[in-house]
Design a protein around this ligand. Sequence first.
Ligand code: IPE
Ligand code: IPE
Ligand code: MG
Length: 234
Amino acid sequence: MSKQTVTPVEPSLSHVAFIMDGNGRWAKKRGMPREYGHRFGVKAFREILDHCRKLELKTVTFYAFSTENWKRPEREVRALMHLMDQYFEECEKNMDAYDFRICFLGDRGVFDEKRRARMDALEQKSAHRTRTLNVALNYGGRAELVHACNCLIEQGARSVTEDDLAGALYTAHSGDPDLIIRTGGDLRISNFLLWQAAYAELYFTDVLWPDFTPECLDAAIADFYTRKRRYGGV
Ligand code: IPE
Ligand code: IPE
Ligand code: MG
């Protein structure tokens, strides 16, 4: 799709979050190991991120690795980490042309110092950009809520408000998603943005993540525009 043909999103849509699911099944269908699917998953991620930029979305959030994904075979986890490191390198090299402020959601304490320093540097170097790309890495909605509570306790809180809690989440800088898209056909949230999803519109598609194209995203957005968001009102 050429740059000129992309119409920016309407003001009612500022934050889209993606549960990028289906890489393993995509590879299996081709008789290939799951890692092969993840490689094509990164390719789809790049294309979708570029489309999000053209759509002028203010915030995009991608679920890349959950707190539960450590249960996977070591070989797959290693491959996923390697793909992440490769993507970090790509961002570092193209930082001047990079359009997004990168923020990582999740507990990065599990990563070694080198990877953590890299993540910190990417966040710092891109901090002046106005659009936000959240990458959820070792992220779990439950772990995030527990982490937020512990932060507030450490700060001396004895009781908290909704605003206090929202402000202690990893997403404090970017707020709640308007639309959450899950590919891969499963109808669940899988521990993603549990607090922030309270009034998000949910969109599920059978398309496996490596097959998710800009046109698929356009279809999800067109569906979003038909939704009536009542927030409990009438
Ligand atoms: C990608 O899809 C999600 C990640 C954890 C990176 P999966 O690897 O879960 O693929 P399926 O669901 O097994 O097909
Ligand atoms: C959700 O997908 C996590 C990511 C997309 C990173 P999973 O494949 O891990 O979710 P389940 O196991 O089907 O719930
Ligand atoms: Mg999956």
